[in-house]
Design a protein around this ligand. Sequence first.
Ligand code: ARG
Length: 569
Amino acid sequence: MFIADFLKGKLQAILNVSECDFSVFPSGNSKFGDYATNIAFVLAKNRSASPFALAEDLKKELETNKGFCKFVSAIEAKSGYINFVLHPAWVAHIASENIQAAIKQRKKKTIVVDYSSPNIGKTLAIAHIRSTIIGDALARIYMYMGWRVITDSHVGDWGMLAGKLIAAYRTYSKKSLAQLSLEDIQDLYVRFTNGEEDNPELTERAKQETVKLQRKDKENMKIWRALVKISIREFTDIYALLGTVPFQHQYGESHYRTLADSIVKDLVASGIAQKSQGALIVPLDQEKLPPALIQKTDEAFLYITSDLGTIAFRCKTWRPDAVLYVVANEQALHFEQLFAINRLHPLDAHALLVHVKFGMMLGFDGKKFSTRHGSFISLRDVISEARERAYTIAKKKNPTISEKQLRTIARVIGIGAIKYNDLSQNRNTDVLFDWDAMLSLSGNSAPYVQYTYARLSSICAKAKAKVKTKKTTWTQKDFALFDDAENVLLKKLIQFHDVVLQASQEYAPNYIANYVYEVATMVNAWYETHHVVHAGPVVQSVRLKLVAQAMTVIKMGLGLLGIGVLSRM
Ligand code: ARG
């Protein structure tokens, strides 16, 4: 059962409110009960009342409701929020419940996640890491929630970029297409763009190659196909190193070229698009946005036009309920204009279109990573550095372990550290790339959570217990043996699904990261004061159940972030 949804339904019924834009959510900190709601804020706004006084009134009303008190043993109004402590008898019931059944009962919806989406001709750089990691986590989270998930990387493979790459290849390459690596292509490109600065003839050449490509010139098509193939091959290699879910589709911008043209024609025919100095624009003053340029004077293919075609294609092909665009903050205006045009001329009236924005990845010195003119930090290098660093740490901790095991540990910890560093923060803020904090075994980091898992796993080994990591069944007898700390811990563990739900609704994997971190901290504190290995058999078996449930939650939580666990590290 999703506890938050259940409580929300109860509140609506008991307080007789139809407004549903209030939320019930896990409290995060047991100081504020187990679950909390902002209902007083939402109702107070509509009734122009004070949320603080209203929260007090609602609390009193709820306290007199016998039915509600079966689920909740204490209610508190604090600064306008209402906090609930779950009733132990109810906890006992929920803790053994089969959550998969609850997930299956939810309406099966379809979501398209557009992420990573690099441009061809460049190796994946640090700038793409956030989109790749956040998008991958969101895809996993929605799959877990039972949605049909369609992953699609919207590769930039057409237009002026493609023409420039062809021109660069034709101008400078000494290698044949078959010999080229993506790094070679990137070098040619950098050389070409640097050359353009004092040689306008090169820009002219790039334009000509673009036009030729758009007219399907045989030789240019052949070069272009090879460039796309080499790029995608390298991207795929890096995704494998990162261990992200393989993409179902990597339709590039080129896939939408015909569709985009016909949409432009429709926009002109319906009067939404207008001629302006030889180009075509869509005025968006009503939406308080600058006009969107959808076709240049030279009729060159534009990014926004291809995105219009993309909406139409996805809508027709998959009928999605939602489309997530996991793209940096910097493109906010692009998506505002795109969604605004779609409102004027609905290509997909059905789907919710969301720009899942994120901040920058900053270097150690707090400055933006630069990718221009060759000063380039490739993702491949970052991954290998993470693994090297993790290797050194692991070797110091376990001097006797085999080389093969060390390599595995280094991979799981190194990749985990990169992903967690990103996913544990609110995605809108900039992320600092600080190796020491990322790989720390004691702070809010992946290695700390992974280390907790390994520790729990070794407790089980010492107690000679086999852990069933699927489902733990609880009895009333178990609960009778619990002390306060154990009650609080179990209540934290049963919040898992609500936290995942919340992460999906707000496109915010950091809820899950912070939750697993809190679980790890609580479990470690609990273990300091509660024996497991040396406890008597009855107590031991109950405590092992807690250990097992904590392991399941940590493993699944990290798994939704694309991070692995180890039984030893
Ligand atoms: N290729 C673009 C870039 O690297 C990102 C594309 C994002 N997705 C989209 N549908 N516009 O900036």
